[in-house]
Design a protein around this ligand. Structure first.
Ligand code: SAM
Length: 378
């Protein structure tokens, strides 16, 4: 049996992330907020009108998106018929508003667009490609479903994902991690693991079997560095427009004024270089089609990074990031002044200005798009 078939079997046995609606909606928080996706990926484009949830499991992301986009057409697909059946049942219970189209489909199918329709201006694919042996096939199929100027949000395991060390560690105790078997010894080892770790997976030893079956045990895991995922993405005709780790990691280097060697470079390249030093456990990135690269330069990112004076910690810096989808008047003025000074902005440039509130702002115009960093309280 192929890895893909074995993976499908796991999700047929244990639909992910289960059927506890309350818990599902709480867990929806693991996906970035729509505002954040738009901030990195497509500022100023307005609310998406047609959304595809690729690899929807039992429907959590689709329900969360439905709340945020009551009018949008939402199609949610998964190759596990049982997961789709649970999602449909939950939708009836949840009464989320305009009906979501739940459909069985394989993301690696080259005829995907024919089966589910195309013209999606936002595609979300969270926690799926790390379990697909040939992720580039799915990325190519998804590209055929995208509307012109649309964006794909991709959430995938990073090289720093806890299972990178957890799985071999469990194996060293004789546990077969390729398949979930509920046994006392596994839980005891996970308790030991929890005692030694404090990471964003939470208390693994208390997680339900359905979670462990997909997120710890399983036939195939792909925990890649950002450089790895960027290669997959680029081979399939996509570009990394921005990632959630970028502003936070940039902040760490910008604080000491050590960012110069990183530029000029595209956002994906900068992020990969930063990730190589601080490997993220999970990547939340926005992708655009390569042919829309020139546009991407614009919609890549105006994001405003706001740091509290004492927000030195990596994760608190992440939480301190505010993504904006509209330019403020001072931002437009600063851009205009850059453009007048240099003609079409190429290469890299930086400029310190003060915003309305008298705060120092650092502007950059590079392949990264426009980044303004506001240093609060200085
Ligand atoms: C870890 S779950 C994530 C579910 C959901 N995105 C979430 O975050 O709650 C992975 C899902 O991807 C689905 N999946 C894996 N390979 C797939 C493929 N080739 N085509 C469609 N769905 C797939 C599985 O059936 C499973 O429901």
């Amino acid at each position: 049996m192929s890895s893909a078939e074995r993976i499908k079997q796991v999700y047929e046995r244990f639909p992910y992330p289960g059927n506890d609606l309350e818990a599902l909606l709480r867990r929806g928080g693991s996906m970035p907020a729509l505002k954040c996706m738009q901030g990195i990926g497509r500022p100023g484009c307005g609310a998406p009108r047609r959304v595809l949830v690729a690899g929807c499991g039992t429907g959590v992301e689709a329900f969360v998106l439905r709340r945020q986009l009551p009018k949008a057409e939402i199609v949610a697909v998964d190759f596990s018929p049982r997961s789709i059946a649970v999602a449909r049942k939950l939708e009836r219970v949840a009464q989320v508003g305009r009906a979501i189209t739940f459909q069985v489909a394989d993301l690696t199918d080259a005829k995907l667009a024919k089966k589910i329709g195309g013209d999606f201006d936002l595609i979300t694919c969270h926690g799926v490609l790390s379990y697909i042996p040939e992720p580039a096939r799915a990325l190519r199929a998804l590209a055929t479903c995208l509307a012109s100027g649309g964006a794909l949000y991709l959430g995938v395991n990073g090289a720093g994902h806890p299972t990178t060390t957890l799985r071999p560690w469990l194996q060293s105790f004789g546990i077969d991690v390729s398949e979930m078997k509920e046994e006392r010894r596994l839980r005891t080892l996970l308790q030991l693991w929890d005692a030694l770790h404090d990471d964003d997976l939470g208390e693994l030893s208390t997680m339900p079997t359905s979670y462990l079956a997909g997120d710890v045990c399983g036939a195939f895991f792909n925990n890649g560095s950002l450089a790895y995922w960027r290669t997959q993405v680029r081979h399939s005709g996509w570009d990394v427009a921005g990632t959630a780790i970028l502003p936070a990691a940039l902040r760490l280097v910008m604080d000491g004024g050590r960012e110069r060697p990183l530029f000029p470079a595209e956002p994906g390249e900068v992020a990969s270089r930063l990730d190589a030093v601080r490997p993220a456990g999970f990547h939340r990135m926005m992708l655009c089609r390569r042919e829309s690269r020139e546009t991407a330069r614009i919609w890549t990112g105006l994001y405003t990074v706001k740091y509290g004076a004492r927000a030195a910690h990596f994760f608190s810096a992440t939480l301190g990031v505010r993504f904006e989808d509209k330019l403020t008047a001072p931002q437009i003025a600063a851009l205009k002044s850059l453009a007048t000074k240099n003609g079409a902005p190429e290469g890299w440039e930086k400029l310190w200005t003060r915003n309305d509130a008298g705060r120092r702002m650092l502007w950059r115009w590079t392949g990264l798009g426009v980044v303004s960093a506001q240093f609060l309280g200085r």
